[in-house]
Ligand binder design. Structure first.
Ligand code: FAD
Length: 308
């Protein structure tokens, strides 16, 4: 079965918060595998992220995945952060190194104690194991008897970069980094957004050849305006998708741009699924209509659930 999941970001104003909480029930009703919530650079969104995650945990049965970054944190700060999220009931994480402040070099000491996302993966596992070494279970049919097992494991996703990370020197370095993240205990990878199915499918093939066995979910984003496209390219440093940019620029009005953006994401999603992707991870920009339109177009939306 092909799954789908969504990414949200913590809202930055009261108006944005109301809009998010209007969109959330629609996203939940669609039946995602999980909903992830981003984390601001240098811990700037700890409380807002926890608040959105709490809303998912308390009000829905959807798995809530917390993005965490470690750049700029000491071991003790990172451990404390992880504990805080575990205490809030989070058992699913996207472990990221995060971006150093603009202008900082790798040699700067304030980049923190953890040098990579892989080290954060290990730390999350360690903190969870220390916190919950054992789980005690009832034994059915034997009143009063208890069975002890190892504590619950957490799900830890990591980022993958089909077109290379801007800091990476080569494709093999990105593959080595991904392999190291899996060796550290990651069990899922989610990709940076990209615009051509071949970029993902080729990357997965290379990753499998390099020994990566975990699931690699493609991250896709419906891009509904030229301005949005420019902003995304600035943030991700991905190459410009010339054809999409040309079509968005030639659009007659907003409705036309919307149609072009959705059509592009639907074709991309459909090609990924035909090529073997087991799910789609959709960057929502905290809106439900575009991503639900993409899922509907790709045949992944159960209409009964959508209107439940
Ligand atoms: P790493 O995997 O540790 O490193 C990234 C790349 O750098 C590697 O692939 C490798 O090529 C290279 N590299 C690693 N170590 C070295 C080394 N020692 N020397 C040279 N090169 C090296 N950012 C946020 O702030 N908050 C978020 O919520 C967030 N969510 C994201 C979700 C997804 C799905 C993705 C793809 C990215 C997200 N980011 C987020 C952005 C992310 O923090 C940046 O891309 C960051 O630059 C790298 O983080 P990482 O976890 O991939 O780091």
């Amino acid at each position: 079965m092909t799954t789908f999941s969504f990414e949200l970001y913590p809202p930055r104003s009261a108006g944005a918060e109301s809009a998010l909480y209007l969109a959330l029930p629609h996203l939940v009703a669609a039946g995602p595998e999980f909903i992830s919530v981003t984390y601001g650079a240098n811990g700037s969104s700890r409380e807002p992220s926890l608040s959105v995650l709490g809303r998912i945990l308390e009000g829905t049965s959807v798995q809530a995945m917390a993005h965490l970054t470690c750049v700029g944190s000491s071991y003790s700060e990172a451990s404390q952060l992880i504990r805080q999220f575990l205490d809030a009931g989070i058992t699913s994480f996207l472990a990221l190194r995060g971006d150093p402040p603009v202008g900082a070099s790798e040699a700067d000491s304030f980049l923190g104690d953890l040098g990579s996302a892989g080290e954060l993966v290990q730390l999350i596992h360690r903190v969870q194991a220390e916190r919950e070494q054992f789980a005690v279970h009832e034994v059915p049919g034997f009143p009063g008897a208890k069975r002890i097992s190892r504590g619950r494991k957490v799900t830890i996703a990591v980022a993958a970069f089909p077109n290379g990370h801007p800091r990476s020197r080569s494709v093999s370095q990105d593959l080595d980094t991904l392999l190291a993240k899996e060796a550290a205990g990651a069990n899922l990878a989610i990709t940076q957004l990209f615009f051509h199915a071949d970029h993902y499918l080729g990357f997965v093939e290379q990753a499998r050849a390099a020994g990566v066995t975990m699931r690699i979910l493609p991250g896709i984003m419906p891009v509904l305006s030229v301005q949005r496209l420019a902003r995304i390219l600035e943030l991700t440093e991905e190459a410009t998708p010339v054809d999409l940019e040309r079509r968005l620029s030639a659009a007659t009005d907003e409705a036309d741009q919307w149609r072009i953006g959705i059509d592009h994401a639907v074709s991309l999603g459909s090609e990924l699924i035909s090529g073997g992707a087991t799910g789609l991870h959709l960057y929502t920009f905290n809106q439900h209509e575009p991503v639900l339109a993409v899922l509907r177009g790709a045949g992944l939306l159960d209409r009964e659930k959508e209107h439940a």
